[in-house]
Design a protein around this ligand. Structure first.
Ligand code: TYD
Ligand code: MG
Length: 453
């Protein structure tokens, strides 16, 4: 027996509410609430004898293992590759490179001899073919359809049985038996449910592309996050070349890894040596510059942090940041003034992470403090010095995760002196590890010879 239930869902954030409202109480978006008719089966009188109960220990090891896609940075984030039968949602702003990434992924899988299917909702197949040719060889086993009815998509999946299928985008797909234009909450949910069912039944990995929208015309991908196995977010500064791929939710592994890509004229290329990339064009002997050993996911990455301080009228100083966290910088600046005798109150302050990097973890605090002090004091820090540590409100230096790993990466790239918190472990052989208990001590070490140049 079916029972009709009406509910109201925000198309921006997916919040459900029992009644219609002009504004979503969770995300504060106006006019984003839509009515959905969710019809559920009434509770049946199932008997326990009919229920199949399995022992968990007997199921260990019977799950599907991820199949590598061949795109290294994507495989890194996915914990090895796409798991057969899984559904992955790839969200990101328009223009960030979702279509490029999924096209390369499908081409890579097809290039390995398996079949892959693209469902083209946004671009004409001929347009996609043109782009594919520009990006590399186009394998024979890469197929495309431009029919976005979910029945047709499932029929194509059944006929072709691809290893990987990409639906670009999920906001274009539709189920004809449901009211409403493609992209509404009801359509998105129904279409995703069908595709999840087909993926499981056919052991196909399905990747759904979802646009993050702010204009409210289409439902945001968040309303289907709970229906899929994996949610990836693809982001980065559209004007720059760097792109970050992160797992927001992943049923098959941790969500700690970050994939790094660079957008080039011939598509996205994996950045396998991020430190090398972030440190190109670095100039030695400049005041206001120091290198930090930071973490991107579980991977240590070296990034140059630069600061520039210029005179301003007292109390009118402005702070401009790029690639670092403005709130952490405010904390570091306040601690510098109060605990290390380095006041920035008469300065306009600019701090950036170079190379388009984004570094927001606490381990960057010490590097920001040194860069600022070095700019104010007009001394340069020797170019083979790497700094790493969190700064507390008392001016104390605190340890950061994976410091050993960070120092190894620094050593690999030629850094021979590390400035770190007092509790730091031994560094690699050949590296001088200088420990400081407070930010004032660290500045004293770094501002005199031999570290200051
Ligand atoms: P696209 O994958 O279409 O973004 P999305 O699907 O997320 O909207 O790519 C967007 C931009 O990427 C496009 O405006 C131009 C740039 N681009 C390159 O720089 N090089 C390339 O090889 C490709 C295919 C795109
Ligand atoms: Mg696109």
């Amino acid at each position: 027996m079916a029972r009709s239930r009406r509910s109201f869902v925000c198309r921006e954030c997916g919040a459900e509410s029992p009644a219609w409202a002009g504004r979503c109480t969770r995300c504060d978006t106006w006019a984003s609430i839509e009515e959905v008719d969710s019809t559920e089966a009434a509770a049946s009188s199932a008997r326990f004898a009919d229920v199949e109960v399995k022992r968990l220990d007997e199921l260990v090891g019977t799950g599907a293992v991820p199949a590598p896609t061949g795109l290294d940075e994507a495989d890194r984030v996915l914990g090895g590759g796409l798991t057969p039968g899984s559904v992955t949602l790839l969200g990101g702003e328009p223009g960030v490179g979702k279509s490029t990434l999924t096209l390369q992924l499908a081409a890579s899988v097809a290039g390995g001899g398996a079949s892959a299917l693209l469902v083209a909702g946004e671009e004409a197949p001929s347009q996609i073919a043109l782009r594919a040719r520009r990006l590399g060889p186009v394998p024979e086993t890469l197929a495309v359809i431009d029919d976005t009815s979910v029945e047709s998509i499932v029929a194509a999946l059944e006929a072709i049985r691809p290893l990987v299928a990409v639906v670009d985008s999920i906001q274009c797909a539709r189920l004809d038996s449901i009211d409403g234009a493609p992209g509404t909450v009801a359509q998105l949910k129904a279409v995703t449910e069908r595709l999840v069912g087909a993926a499981k039944r056919l052991d196909t990995s399905v990747v759904l592309v979802g646009h993050l929208t702010k204009d409210g015309a289409l439902a945001g991908p968040r309303v289907i996050e709970h229906l899929v196995d994996t949610v990836l977010s693809f982001g980065g500064d559209r004007s720059g070349e760097l792109r970050y791929l992160r797992a927001v939710k992943h049923r098959f592994g941790p969500t700690t890894e970050v994939g790094l890509f660079e957008m080039t004229p011939i598509g996205l290329s994996s950045v396998s040596d991020p430190s090398g990339r972030f440190l190109t064009d670095r100039q030695a002997g400049l005041p206001g510059s120091v290198v930090v050993a930071t973490l991107e996911g579980r991977r240590p990455v070296l990034v140059e942090v630069q600061a520039l301080t210029v005179d301003a009228s007292p109390g009118n100083g402005r702070v401009t940041v790029q690639g670092v966290d403005g709130r952490r910088l405010a904390l570091v600046a306040a601690v510098l003034g109060r605990r290390a005798g380095c006041s920035l109150i008469r300065n306009d302050v600019f701090v950036s992470a170079t190379g388009g990097a984004t570094v927001t973890e606490p381990g960057v605090d010490l590097a920001m403090a040194i860069a600022l002090a070095s700019s104010v004091g007009d001394f340069a820090v020797r170019s083979d010095v790497v700094a790493c540590g969190e700064i507390g409100l008392g001016g104390e230096l605190r340890s950061v995760p994976q410091l050993e790993l960070r120092l190894q990466e620094a050593y690999r790239l030629g850094f021979r002196t590390a400035l770190v918190p007092g509790s730091a472990p031994e560094g690699p052989t050949g590296m001088t590890v200088l420990r400081a208990g407070t930010v004032a001590e660290a500045l004293a070490i770094v501002s005199r010879r031999p570290l200051a140049a």
